[in-house]
Write a protein of this length. Structure first.
Length: 370
């Protein structure tokens, strides 16, 4: 088997593969002088609404800003506890902390997403809400989460940064709770050429609060209604995202094809635990933002793949939220800790070819069989 180079993600191809169209978009926006809060932004927000089924969308500077803004709009305050998965980016927790609340990370379930039972066990008199992370392009068991929230009088918001297009029982990630954030970081399934994010929201009053906070307190009518900040999606990124959204269905289908190819070639290895395959459960429609597996001899496998020219990544440096002891966390979450000892992400993007996937799979198989 001849060696080849398969980067984990080729950022430069976001430009080179679409250069002609992107130059045209930049010229269109720049020639009008409409760089901030102009038609390209409102058009993209409308497209997000039409795509997801949410009632409203607000473009923001990045997904972390989005979480901070909707939590502020909801009214999270000091003393309020919010339950999150420990298997998430630290930003999920920090957004709660910035608002004065206390993030409570809990363990994962068999699907490696937040465990409904762990949520139930973590509820205290100070708990006000639950923020599940729709991770790696898969939506959580929202029926169970919403049932728990209703039982205890809690609100639900979603960190859907990695899940645009993912569905649970036909409903889009990001539309189950009061609000959600979406990330358009370049490596996301729908990515721009810089930082950008969005907020999805269904409630009219909450939408206006979110809109106000993201633009210095100004409402849609231009009147100052409250204190706010500056976290606006710029027109260049919005126009690029509108362009990419046109082919988004094809991008998702290619990722699902890649996931199925990994399943077909690696599913028989007892040393690996793979994510669910695309058609394994009709309740879930996954978009495979990442292809995160669990592997025996994880570190040795990562080194071996690197020697063979294959890029891999251990998400968030291999540290779960509750393991940041310097930030005051002291939980013991055995399922999450075991997961982070074994997790590794294989290349998952539209740039890799079928031959690349075959090379990756053959290299993994030989590692365990030779």
């Amino acid at each position: 088997m001849s060696s080849r180079s398969v980067p984990f993600f080729e950022y430069s191809r976001l430009w080179s593969d679409d250069k002609e169209d992107l130059l045209s978009i930049i010229d269109d926006v720049a020639s009008t002088g409409g760089f901030i809060l102009q038609k390209a932004v409102s058009d993209f927000e409308t497209e997000l609404v039409n795509y997801t089924g949410a009632n409203y969308a607000v473009g923001v500077g990045n997904a972390t800003d989005g979480m901070e803004i909707f939590l502020e709009a909801i009214g999270v305050k000091p003393g309020d506890e919010m339950i999150i998965s420990s298997h998430t980016m630290l930003a999920t927790a920090s957004a709660i902390k910035v608002c004065g609340g206390t993030p409570i990370p809990v363990d994962i379930g068999e699907d490696n997403l937040i465990s409904p039972q762990a949520i139930e066990d973590a509820i205290t008199p100070n708990t006000v809400g639950i923020m599940p992370t729709q991770l790696n392009g898969r939506t959580c068991d929202m029926d169970s989460i919403l049932t728990i929230a209703k039982k205890h009088g809690l609100f639900v918001v979603e960190d859907a940064a990695q899940a645009l297009g993912s569905k649970y029982k036909g409903q889009h990630a990001g539309t189950f709770g009061l609000a959600s954030d979406i990330s358009f970081f370049p490596a996301k399934v729908l990515g721009c050429l810089g930082d950008a994010g969005g907020v999805l929201v269904n409630d009219d009053a909450l939408y206006h609060k979110i809109f106000q906070i993201h633009d210095h307190g100004r409402d849609v009518d231009g009147e100052i209604k409250r204190w706010g900040r500056n976290s606006r999606l710029d027109n260049l990124q919005a126009a690029i995202l509108s362009h990419k959204l046109k082919s988004y269905k094809n991008v998702i289908e290619r990722r699902r094809e890649v996931a199925q190819m990994y399943q077909d070639r690696l599913g028989g290895l007892r040393e690996l635990q793979l994510p669910p395959s695309p058609n394994s459960n009709p309740d879930y429609y996954d978009v495979y933002q990442n292809y995160e597996i669990q592997a025996d001899k994880r570190d040795e496998l990562k080194n071996h793949l690197g020697e063979k020219g294959i890029g891999t990544l251990i998400q968030w440096g291999g540290t779960a939220v509750h393991q940041f002891k310097q930030l005051g966390f002291n939980q013991s979450l055995p399922k999450t800790e075991k997961f982070f000892e074994r997790c590794i992400m294989l290349p998952m993007n539209i740039f890799i070819s079928n031959k690349d996937i075959e090379y990756i799979c053959e290299t993994v198989i030989r590692f365990y069989r030779d």
